[in-house]
Ligand binder design. Structure first.
Ligand code: F6R
Length: 591
């Protein structure tokens, strides 16, 4: 959720580099920011509440002197959003400063133990205990940093990664269930939560294993495993393109990423993805489970319907935050298809780990091939949609859908049309819906700015899209939105509908069409404002968004696009920042 960066090198002074790196990783969490640099044996800390650019402007972060440093963007978990709770945190002597990502479950016990010994805490965070523990363990281990790191890590319970700078010029890091990556260039070494933190300088990276501790000293790095044994980890070359994200001609990443969809949607189908092996695992399994969180879960819901209906492969789908309570019952002859853009979502990793321990095979669908999820999988395919910077998942969702359709196409023995001719048509259809941008902006412009409730109706395969559309509206525009299986309306939700309600109906001309129309009638008679999304116009709709004609099962791929755009323009209309919705982070690495 937070991002951490450590730097030791001769490329430039530390502070401006740390600030730039944090800007690249701000998507991970962004309520406060801070850096610490080492200057003439003193550790200097500067930090505050706000986004990186704001805090940098106010506090002149980038002017801190020193060639070694650490930095952090925070997404608060323990302790309010205050300057004091921002990282880095000093030890009592100020000879050590620490940045941390994750949660320390036993911090209260550790804190009272340290307080009894005389340590004085300044913040309300769980993170600060690391600085004080390290200080104590460093003294007790005759100034051995590796011993201090090992002993400190042994005392902490939870999932965490942290980086500490010591006033003798050493930077040390530890990885326990949260990402930490070493970046290696001839002039500098980095420790970062994401390759984006150093990709401008080097494409050589080491993805630390869980339990690894790394010490950077005298331009060299040394890695120790949890048993304090010196170990080597492979150096990986990461794709430079990952670092190349910018907004181009667009006002925000989110709308840029929405518009990229027609060009990125076919990328996961390129030969670099081994679908045959992936599908073999599914064919050989007696039970198929799908899991994911948020948007990825919504994609999983559609995957379940498609696999069951078209490939006759019964599938269960669980939200990862729920699956963790059931995944210990997964049978050994099962496959678990885990869907995760980041591949770092704690809920997903945790539930998958349990299923793996039970003997299930793990197949994952990720955007980041070097992610923890990909590395713990028996087989994975990648979204290949390029970096998604907007916190709300858009182009990654579309590519997740494309992958699921491809899987269903293979497993069903081509029972659906998804061949190259169909794909060309589909890509054109996606572009034609993207071309409705101006119309959709105007529709949103004509809505009451204070719209309070938006309902999205859909049946069958359109229901997961209704859920995904409502998630986008909630997170981008902070408007209450609900996806409703249209047939359920009369079983309760109809009571909510009145003249103030805005209802979006997903109603392509397929086997759900007539039934959705009768639900629309029920809504119309309660005076709601109706936006129809369909390939067939109807007088019941106050506003009509026309979809191109497609194979009936392919509509989800195009109908999500107007919903993404509506959410974006609702946010813009309310003068919100769609790229960085409040309280959210792109990569949710805490449970
Ligand atoms: C919504 C959104 C989140 C993520 C969820 C899982 O727009 O982005 O709901 O989908 O946090 O993230 P990943 O897919 O990285 O596991």
């Amino acid at each position: 959720m937070c991002s951490i960066i450590g730097y030791s090198g001769q490329l430039t002074l530390a502070a401006p580099l740390l600030v730039e790196s944090l800007k690249k990783m701000e998507y991970r969490g962004y309520d406060s920011v801070g850096i610490a640099t080492l200057n003439k044996g003193n550790i200097l800390v500067s930090k505050g509440v706000g986004k990186v650019a704001e805090v940098d402007q106010q506090m002149q972060l980038n002017k801190l002197p020193g060639e070694i440093g650490i930095g952090h963007t925070r997404w608060a978990t323990h302790g309010g959003v205050t300057d004091t709770n921002a990282h880095p945190h000093y030890s009592c002597s100020a000879n050590i400063a620490v940045v941390h990502n994750g949660i320390i479950e036993n911090y209260q016990e550790l804190k009272s133990e340290l307080e009894k010994e005389g340590h004085i805490f300044k913040s309300q965070t769980d993170s600060e205990v690391i600085a004080h523990l390290l200080e104590r363990d460093y003294e007790q281990s005759n100034s051995s940093i590796v011993d201090a790191m090992t002993n400190t890590c042994k005392k902490i319970r939870g999932s965490f990664a942290f980086v500490a700078v010591f006033n003798n010029g050493v930077i040390a890091g530890a990885r326990f269930d949260e990402p930490l990556i070493i970046g290696i260039s001839s002039d500098a070494l980095f420790l970062s939560s994401d390759v984006l933190g150093f990709l401008k300088y080097t494409d050589k990276a080491i993805f630390l294993d869980n339990g690894d501790i790394v010490i950077i000293e005298d331009k060299k790095y040394t890695i120790f495993d949890a048993s304090r044994k010196n170990v080597n980890r492979p150096v990986t070359q990461v794709a430079w393109e990952l670092g190349s994200a910018d907004k181009g001609k667009f006002a925000h990443y989110t709308i840029k990423e929405i518009h990229e969809q027609s060009s990125t949607m076919l990328k996961p189908l390129e030969p670099s993805n081994d679908f045959e092996t992936f599908c073999k695992y599914i064919n050989n399994a007696s039970n198929v489970y799908i899991t994911g969180s948020g948007t990825s879960y919504n994609c999983g819901l559609l995957g379940k319907l498609l696999l069951s209906k078209f490939a006759r492969k019964r599938t269960e789908v669980y939200m990862s935050s729920e699956f963790q309570y059931f995944s210990d019952t997964v049978e050994p002859d099962s496959v678990v298809i885990a869907i995760s853009q980041s591949g770092e979502t704690a809920d997903v990793l945790h539930s998958v780990k349990q299923a793996k321990e039970n003997g299930a095979k793990i197949l994952s669908i990720v955007n980041i091939p070097t992610s923890s999820l990909a590395r713990m999988s028996d087989c994975f395919v990648t979204l290949n949609c390029g970096p998604e910077i907007g916190v709300a998942a858009t182009k990654s969702f579309l590519n997740q859908l494309m992958i699921l359709y491809k899987i269903v196409y293979i497993i069903s023995g081509q029972n659906i049309r998804f061949d190259s001719a169909e794909l060309v048509k589909l890509q054109k259809s996606v572009q034609s819906v993207l071309d409705l941008d101006f119309k959709i902006r105007n529709i949103i412009g004509s809505l009451d700015h204070n719209v309070k409730d938006i309902y999205i109706l859909g049946r069958s395969i359109h229901y997961p899209i209704a859920l995904e559309g409502s998630l986008k509206i909630k997170e981008l525009a902070y408007v209450h939105a609900e996806g409703i299986a249209a047939g359920e309306l009369k079983h309760g939700p109809l009571a909510l509908i009145d003249k103030e309600s805005v209802v979006i109906v997903l109603n392509p001309n397929d086997e759900t069409y007539r039934d959705v129309l009768s639900s629309t009638n029920e809504i119309k008679s309660r005076g709601a404002f109706i936006i129809g999304i369909s390939d067939l116009k109807n007088d019941l709709y106050d506003v009509f968004i026309e979809l191109p004609k497609l194979e009936r099962y392919l509509y989800p791929i195009v109908e999500i696009i107007p919903l993404q755009m509506m959410s974006y323009y609702l946010a813009v209309q309310k003068q919100l920042d769609p790229d960085y919705p409040r309280n959210l982070a792109k990569s949710v690495t805490v449970k």
